[in-house]
Design a protein around this ligand. Structure first.
Ligand code: ADP
Ligand code: ZN
Ligand code: ZN
Length: 743
């Protein structure tokens, strides 16, 4: 409970952006903020010889430190506490992921707040022509000034300084005009646009089909309580339309909806679809925003003015004044899990948050994670189904084709090339999916067997042609292409296997008159290039798309009728127990790109293991059937979601230092488990699957338990030991609760 303190000299317990899992005690500053000292206020405090920004979390009557050692807060930065729901979420997150609270708070607030800027009353400088200036001043040879003058003439209400510099004008030009008295500036206070009154909808909702209507009705039943739902709906079954109508119902009650989408899914098309529907602003949180814009969204959500907020992973930390519903689209997507620092899972936090607010949370996917699917099956979540595509065309079936003993061109079998020819002739588009960028997975010497390995990692270097070089995709190191084998001097160096560049080159050679678009991280480094390519593709001319998983998700590609998967075998026999689940999700999502509109689709999946039972099940019965089978396997093996895991990663440039710490930690944990008779299982230390990465050695200790509480207790004991261990200061370590990969 927030309470103001009336004690003579209270102690402020402050969370600071530090890895240490504790609060820091301070005395109040001489002048108190208008609201009095309260939890939730940002403060600037001295720490060593620096000043840092933290958040008051508690008020206490006394400190464990003697009064004389306590320093005072330099100043309070807020005149009201940061939102209580947000503080609750940060506390929950820090506790659940066993992370420092101060670091969690810093991660979860907009950069502007982290840097100490004020929360409200943000101002912007607008420039405009001054009313007293002559209509056509003479600029002589100062052409830039004349151009800026002309530009401001087009903006009679003023232009922000940022927009002016975006037009390429220097600050100097601006001040020259101001000194001549031709232009002037004024300050305005920024607020997010208020909701217009009147109709909520800008365009009418679609009439729902029977299945959609049933799902929406189920959601409507319980809008006023915690109501976790899993929508398992095939690709193109109209999940988004259901979300839109749920948001409408929530907004009608004046409540806010928070929509999470995968990193790759927040495209201008998605946003446009939401914005077309509603008359109220749809605020988007994505990587393209400037820091002040991000703060705007935060402020609008905090005040309750923004009714619809859509964003990627970190948007889960947006405060909501009137929370009404949380929606997680493509809930299985890997981008919801942060893979460094604060390793949270936005989907799991969404469920926790909805429970705290007592509101519905909707998880939607064509390929639900086994965690969510199990909760749907066992009744923890309400399990809703969409089995038909909105277009009524059934998703294309997967056809497995045998890669063994067959010639390939650019990774493609003769049968696939024939099917491509056929599809292009029919005026349609083809998507070739290959999960590897670059020209070829590696370069090898045909004379002696030398292979291009990375110097810093236990990995091979990928061969690139544009530009020509060897690159390690694990540490980003690069090397020039050798002219001859470094070991035996032979000139017979050959590219092994195919990547996107090689397949693109092959297809361009086979179909010289057809445009080939390559879509991977290399070809779309420029921000707008991806969007431009998607626009070109959607015009519908026959073309070939070669791409990595960037192409597999979210995009509506109505003219693609053939999908070819170069190699489906990546996840089949991997050491990571989730690899099969993840690769089946990816295959199903790729297959879902085919035949989205009127034309039926075909999906050719090339494999070295056409008889593999998992792959055959996916091809014949789809992801849903395979997922249920995998759940049975997980149950028997006592793996998540039937148990809970935490992974301790230890790394150091010195293998001895890493090994010593990992062994000591494991020993301590084993002893604790024995004396406590804890049912927690502890495995390791073992070398990570790629032990050497970026010249650092990586070791793992795996904890697992049947009950989450048991796991958390053991993990917290381990973290406490590591925090006080002297050796742990020289070795990097991190704890990953519910790890999504074992890399
Ligand atoms: P999902 O989110 O499940 O992939 P979408 O909501 O994107 O599916 O729907 C796929 C396509 O079907 C979209 O073009 C959408 O406009 C259309 N659609 C969805 N629901 C309906 C409906 N009830 N009537 C007509 N078209 C619909
Ligand atoms: Zn050689
Ligand atoms: Zn490397």
């Amino acid at each position: 409970m927030p309470r103001t303190l009336s004690i003579a000299s209270p102690i402020l317990r402050v969370a600071l952006p530090s890895p240490l899992r504790r609060l820091f005690d301070y005395l109040p500053a001489a002048s108190a903020p208008a609201c009095g000292w309260q939890p939730g206020l940002r403060v600037r405090v001295p720490l060593g010889r620096r000043e840092v920004i933290g958040v008051v979390m508690e008020l206490a009557e006394k400190s464990e430190l003697p009064q004389a050692q306590l320093r005072a807060v330099s100043e309070a930065l807020d005149d009201a506490p940061l939102p209580a729901d947000w503080r609750w979420l940060c506390r929950f997150t820090a506790r659940y992921y066993q992370h420092s609270l101060g670091d969690t708070l810093a991660n979860a607030m907009p950069a502007r707040l982290r840097q100490g800027h004020p929360m409200a009353g943000r101002t912007q400088t607008l420039w405009q022509r001054s009313p007293t200036s002559p209509a056509e001043p003479n600029f002589g040879r100062a052409t830039r000034q004349a151009e800026l003058w002309a530009l401001l003439g087009q903006h009679p209400h003023g232009m922000p300084g940022r927009a002016i510099s975006a037009h390429g004008f220097s600050h100097d030009t601006l001040t020259r005009l101001a000194q001549k008295g031709l232009i002037e500036s004024r300050e305005i206070t920024l607020t997010a646009p208020a909701s217009p009154s009147g109709h909520l909808l800008a365009s009418p909702a679609l009439p729902l089909n029977r299945e959609q209507a049933a799902v929406l009705a189920a959601l409507h039943e319980k809008l006023d309580g915690f109501h976790p739902c899993l929508i398992e709906g095939v690709t193109g079954s109209g999940k988004t339309e259901v979300y839109l109508q749920l948001i409408e119902a929530v907004a009608t009650k004046g409540k806010q909806s928070l929509v999470l989408v995968p990193e790759i899914g927040l495209t201008p098309q998605t946003l446009a679809r939401f914005r077309r529907r509603f008359n109220v602003p749809v605020l988007a949180l994505h990587s393209g925003l400037t820091d002040p814009e991000r703060l705007d969204v935060w402020e609008a959500a905090t005040s309750g003015r923004a009714l619809i907020i859509i964003g990627t992973r970190s948007a889960i930390f947006t405060p909501l004044a009137n929370p009404g519903a949380i929606i997680v689209d493509e809930e299985h997507d890997g981008s919801y899990k942060q893979q460094d620092g604060l390793r949270y899972h936005a989907r799991d936090l969404a469920v926790a948050r909805a429970h705290h607010h007592q509101i519905p949370v909707v998880l939607g996917s064509a390929t639900p994670s086994l965690e969510s699917l199990q909760r749907g099956l066992d009744g923890t979540y309400r399990h809703l189904h969409l089995t038909q595509r909105a277009s009524r065309h059934p998703p294309a079936k997967i056809e497995l084709t045998d890669l063994r003993h067959q010639p390939r061109q650019g990774g493609l079998l003769p049968g696939a090339i024939k099917a491509i020819k056929h599809t292009l002739k029919a005026g349609k588009q083809v998507l070739v999916f290959i999960n590897r960028r670059g020209f070829a997975p590696t370069l090898a010497c045909h004379a002696c067997g030398w292979i291009a390995d990375c110097d810093a990692c236990d990995a091979r270097m990928t061969l690139h042609r544009h530009p020509p070089l060897l690159a390690c995709h694990h540490c980003d190191s690069r090397r020039a292409l050798p002219d001859a084998c470094p070991d035996c001097g032979s000139g017979d160096l050959r590219a092994l296997g195919a990547g996107t560049e090689r397949t693109e080159e092959t297809l361009q050679g086979l179909f010289p008159k057809t445009p080939v678009y390559r879509i991977d991280r290399d070809s779309t480094r420029r921000k707008d290039s991806f969007e431009q390519i998607i626009k070109d593709i959607q015009r519908g001319e026959p073309c070939l798309l070669v791409g990595t998983q960037m192409l597999a998700k979210g995009h509506h590609l109505p003219h693609v009728t053939l999908v070819v998967v170069i190699n489906a075998d990546g996840g089949l026999y991997a050491a990571d127990f989730r690899a099969l689940e993840h690769s089946a999700q990816l295959l199903e999502q790729v297959a879902g790109r085919a035949g989205r509109a009127a034309d039926p689709g075909r999906v050719l999946v090339q494999t070295l293991h056409p008889d593999d039972p998992h792959l055959s099940q996916l091809a014949e019965h789809g992801y849903g059937a395979l997922a249920r089978h995998l759940l049975e396997e997980r149950r028997i093996a006592q793996l998540p979601p039937f148990s809970f895991m935490a992974l301790l990663r230890v790394e150091s440039p010195q293998i001895d230092a890493a090994t010593t710490l990992a062994q000591d930690a494991a020993l301590y944990l084993h002893e604790w488990v024995n004396t406590q008779q804890s049912p927690v299982r502890c495995l390791g230390p073992v070398p990570a699957p790629m032990e050497r990465r970026q010249n650092r050695y990586h070791l793992h200790i795996m904890l697992s338990a049947d009950k989450r509480s048991q796991l958390h207790q053991a993990a917290s004991v381990l973290v406490q030991w590591l925090e006080q261990s002297r050796d742990a200061r020289r070795v990097r370590w991190s704890l990953d609760i519910d790890p999504q990969t074992l890399v």
